[in-house]
Design a binder for this molecule. Structure first.
Ligand SMILES: NC(=O)c1ccc[n+]([C@@H]2O[C@H](COP(=O)([O-])OP(=O)(O)OC[C@H]3O[C@@H](n4cnc5c(N)ncnc54)[C@H](O)[C@@H]3O)[C@@H](O)[C@H]2O)c1
Length: 452
C-alpha cells in the first residue's frame, strides 16, 4: 500500500513515520521547501521523543519520502491524508483554507481512485466541503474519477505522540463508503491487531468526536483550576482535594492537576472553534465559554503571585523561569501559558532569565532578545530574585535546592505546576507559592480575591 500525508508538521510527521514503521510506503508533502530539504537530510523540525530516529530509520529503508510536489506524491497513492494546520480565524472559527487548498490540489492532480482522509481537526461539515472542492476540480478537468472522503481525527499527545499513534486508545473513522472503510480497516490493521479498537461511524460524528474529546479535557483542567483558586481563598489544599476526588473511579486521576492553564496548538483553538460552531447553529455552549474564561484567567495567576510578593513593583527584579514549552517533552510553545506570564513580567519591568530543555529556539521567535536564555537550569538562577516553574519537565522535579537557595537573591519559588512539597520547601528555607494551596501571605490572599 502507498499513502501520502499532506502537511509535515507534528501530526503529519508522526503519522508518516508510524505508518512507514509498519512497512507502508509513505510520501510526506509540505509547502515549506526548507522544512522538506531539512527532512530529506534527516533534520527534524520539531522535538518529539523518538521521532527523529524513526524518521531517519525509515528513510534509510526507503519507505519514507519527503517532497514539496503533491502532484507527484499522490500518483499511485491509495490514500491521501490531509494533516495541515487549522488555526483559529479572527472570529475563533477554524480556518479551513489550508485543508481546502489540499482538497483542490487533490482534485487537480488525481488520476485514479483515491481516498482522501481528513486528519486535521476540522469542524462538522468540513469533509463535505473537501468532497465538493475535489468534485469542482474534477468537473473543471472534465474527468470522472472515483474518490471517497473520510474523517480520521488524530488524538496523539505531543510529547508521547509516537506511543499514542502506535498504541492508540482508539482510532476513530468517519466514512459513508464501504470501500473507504475497508481501506482504512486494512491500513490500521498493524495497530488494531494488538487490540487497539477502531471505531467506525458517520463522518459528522467523527468530526464532532475530536472536538468533544478536546473540549472534555479542557473542561477538566479549567474545573480543577477553578476549584484550586477557591481552595486558596477558603484555606483548603487542592493537592489533597485532587487526590480525594481522583480516587473516585467515575472521576479518575487524569487531567485534574491544577496549574497555570492549558495551552498548546489544540485545546485553545478547538474550544473556541466548538463554541463558534455552536453559535453558528444558534446554540449557546455555556460550559465551554466558562472553560475558556477560567483558562484565560488562570494564565495570570502565577504572575499575580509574583507581583504581590514584590508588593506590586517588579521593576528592578529578575525572575528566573524554568520551562517555556506548553507541556514537557515538546518544544511547542503555541498558546503556552509561559507566553502570557513572561510578557506580563516584561511589561511590569522585570528581567527574565529563561531555561527550557528543548524550547529555547522556539522561545526566541516569541521573545527575541527581551529575555536572556540559558542552557543550564542553574545558570539561569544566578543573580535572579526568584524562580518560577512553568513547565513540569522531569529534570525540575528533584533539583538541588541547596544550589537554588544559594543562587537566588530572595529565595522565593513560584511553582506553577505544584511539583514541590510545601513543607519541604519551608524546611529548605524558601518562600514557596503554588496553585490552590492556602497561603499565609495575607497580601497574596487579598490580591487573589480581587483578581478574580
Ligand atoms: N499538534 C497536535 O498535538 C495535534 C494533535 C491532534 C490533532 N492536531 C490537528 O492536526 C492538524 C495539524 O496540526 P499540527 O500541529 O501538525 O500543525 P503544524 O502547524 O505543525 O503543521 C502543519 C503543516 O502543514 C503545512 N501545510 C500548510 N498548507 C499546506 C499545503 N497546502 N500543502 C502541504 N502542506 C501544507 C505547513 O507548512 C506545516 O508544516 C491541526 O488541525 C491540528 O489541530 C494536532
Amino acid at each position: 500500500m502507498k499513502i501520502t500525508i499532506v502537511g509535515s508538521g507534528y501530526v503529519g510527521l508522526v503519522t508518516g513515520a508510524c505508518f512507514s514503521e509498519v512497512g507502508i510506503d509513505v510520501q510526506c508533502v509540505d509547502v515549506d521547501p526548507v522544512k522538506i530539504d531539512n527532512l530529506k537530510k534527516g533534520i527534524v523540525p520539531i522535538y518529539e521523543p523518538g521521532l527523529e530516529k524513526m524518521i531517519t530509520g525509515n528513510m534509510e529503508k526507503g519507505r519514507l519520502h519527503f517532497t514539496t510536489n503533491l502532484s507527484d506524491a499522490i500518483q499511485d497513492s491509495d490514500i491521501v491524508f490531509i494533516s495541515v494546520g487549522t488555526p483559529s480565524d479572527e472570529d475563533g472559527s477554524a480556518d479551513l483554507k489550508y485543508v481546502l487548498q489540499v482538497a483542490r490540489d487533490c482534485g487537480k492532480h488525481m488520476n485514479d481512485y483515491m481516498l482522501v482522509v481528513t486528519k486535521s481537526t476540522v469542524p462538522v461539515g468540513t469533509s463535505r466541503k473537501v468532497k465538493e472542492a475535489i468534485e469542482q476540480e474534477l468537473a473543471k478537468r472534465q474527468v470522472n474519477i472515483l474518490f471517497d472522503v473520510a474523517s480520521n481525527p488524530e488524538f496523539l499527545k505531543e510529547g508521547a505522540a509516537i506511543d499514542d499513534f502506535l498504541k492508540p486508545d482508539r482510532i476513530v473513522v468517519g466514512t459513508e463508503s464501504p470501500r473507504a472503510e475497508e481501506l482504512l480497516n486494512n491500513l490500521y490493521k498493524p495497530f488494531t491487531l494488538n487490540g487497539h479498537p477502531i471505531i467506525f461511524m458517520d463522518i459528522v460524528s467523527a468530526e464532532m468526536t475530536k472536538y468533544a474529546a478536546n473540549a472534555m479535557l479542557a473542561t477538566k483542567i479549567s474545573f480543577i483550576n477553578d476549584i484550586a483558586n477557591l481552595c486558596e481563598i477558603v484555606g483548603a489544599d487542592i493537592n489533597n482535594v485532587r487526590k480525594g476526588i481522583g480516587s473516585d473511579a467515575r472521576i479518575g486521576n487524569k487531567f485534574i492537576y491544577p496549574g497555570i492553564g492549558y495551552g498548546g496548538s489544540c485545546f485553545p483553538k478547538d474550544v473556541q472553534a466548538l463554541i463558534k460552531t455552536a453559535k453558528e447553529n444558534n446554540y449557546d455552549l455555556q460550559v465551554l465559554k466558562a472553560v475558556e474564561a477560567v483558562n484565560q484567567n488562570q494564565k495570570s495567576v502565577l504572575f499575580t503571585k509574583i507581583l504581590n510578593y514584590y508588593k506590586g513593583d517588579l521593576k528592578a527584579k529578575t525572575v528566573a523561569i524554568w520551562g517555556l514549552s506548553f507541556k514537557p517533552q515538546t518544544d511547542d510553545m503555541r498558546e503556552a501559558p509561559s507566553l502570557e506570564i513572561v510578557n506580563k513580567l516584561l511589561k511590569a519591568g522585570a528581567n527574565v532569565k529563561a531555561y527550557d530543555p528543548v524550547a529555547i529556539q522556539e522561545a526566541k521567535h516569541y521573545f527575541g532578545s527581551s529575555v536572556s536564555y540559558y542552557t543550564d537550569q542553574y545558570e539561569a538562577l544566578i543573580d535572579a530574585d526568584c524562580l518560577a516553574v512553568l513547565t513540569e519537565w522531569p529534570e525540575f522535579k528533584i533539583p538541588n535546592f541547596k544550589i537554588i537557595n544559594k543562587l537566588l537573591n530572595t529565595t522565593a519559588i513560584f511553582d506553577g505546576r505544584n511539583i514541590y512539597d510545601a513543607a519541604e520547601m519551608k524546611r529548605n528555607g524558601f518562600d514557596y507559592f503554588c496553585i490552590g494551596v492556602n497561603t499565609t501571605n495575607p497580601v497574596l490572599k487579598l490580591e487573589l480575591k480581587t483578581a478574580f
